[in-house]
Design a protein around this ligand. Structure first.
Ligand code: DX5
Ligand code: ZN
Length: 228
């Protein structure tokens, strides 16, 4: 994948039908998803539980675009290899998940996968100042992680600061939480290029009626691109 900052829409399958992931993944890809975002939660770092490596490996078979795996787990280092082997293209770890984010990003890169670093709403941009050369993506959380469908928390100031800090490094800025056609414009204006969206993509549709997924993604993309 060559680096560019064109707008990418990454549906979070946390909002998909949990009994039908294969078809849900194929449906969002057919409807125009750029990436597929997989939210891994451990019931410890965040108060919710989702997917272990075998589940992610099963998703992989259906992903033809790019599998973006967001690890909301602590500790994270012991599981990096397993999620890489499960087929993640990019693995994101939280800066708050342990004392050694630098080592964590080195470990992700050592698997040959792209490396992301996520920041909770309460964590300043400066927390990643010394790891930007080890990262392919910075994920700015615009909700407290753990659940889909939460109220958006405005982090445009943080995004703007990160965009300055990143300069001409090939590092994406991803936004995760409460992204919809209303919030996307200010985020891309501030410098974001990857937009994760769960409820705003899956609402109104289903595997047997996936056209709304496409309409929802086009609405987010159009709002974002119009703001550039
Ligand atoms: C939150 C997850 C998000 C979430 C986004 O912990 O990391 O990816 O699914 O969901 P929405 O778009 O519904 O806020
Ligand atoms: Zn996520």
């Amino acid at each position: 994948m060559t680096f560019d900052r064109k707008i990418r829409i990454a549906p979070s399958i946390l909002s998909a039908d949990f009994a039908d992931f294969g078809r849900e993944i194929r449906a969002v890809e057919e409807q125009g998803a750029d990436w597929v975002h997989v939210d891994v939660m451990d019931g410890h770092f965040v108060p919710n539980l989702t997917f272990g490596p075998p589940a992610v490996k099963a998703f992989r078979k259906h992903v033809t675009t790019f599998m973006d795996v967001h690890l909301m787990i602590a500790p994270v280092d012991p599981y990096i290899e397993a999620y890489a082997e499960a087929g993640a293209d990019l693995i994101t770890a939280h800066v708050e998940a342990g004392p050694h984010i630098h080592r964590t990003l080195q470990a992700i890169r050592a698997t040959g996968r792209k490396a992301g670093v996520a920041l909770n709403p309460g964590t300043p941009a400066e927390a990643v100042a010394h790891v930007l050369d080890l990262a392919d993506l910075v994920c700015v959380m615009t909700v407290n992680p753990g659940f889909g469908g939460q109220k958006f928390i405005d982090m445009t100031g943080k995004v703007r600061r990160l965009r300055e800090m990143i300069g001409d490094r090939p590092v994406h800025i991803e936004i995760d939480g409460g992204v919809d056609p209303g919030t996307a414009p200010m985020l891309v204006q501030a410098g974001a290029d990857v937009l994760v969206a769960g409820s705003a993509v899956f609402r109104g549709g289903s595997v047997s009626n996936s056209a709304p997924y496409g309409e929802n993604m086009r609405a987010i993309r159009a709002a974002a691109e119009a703001a550039l």
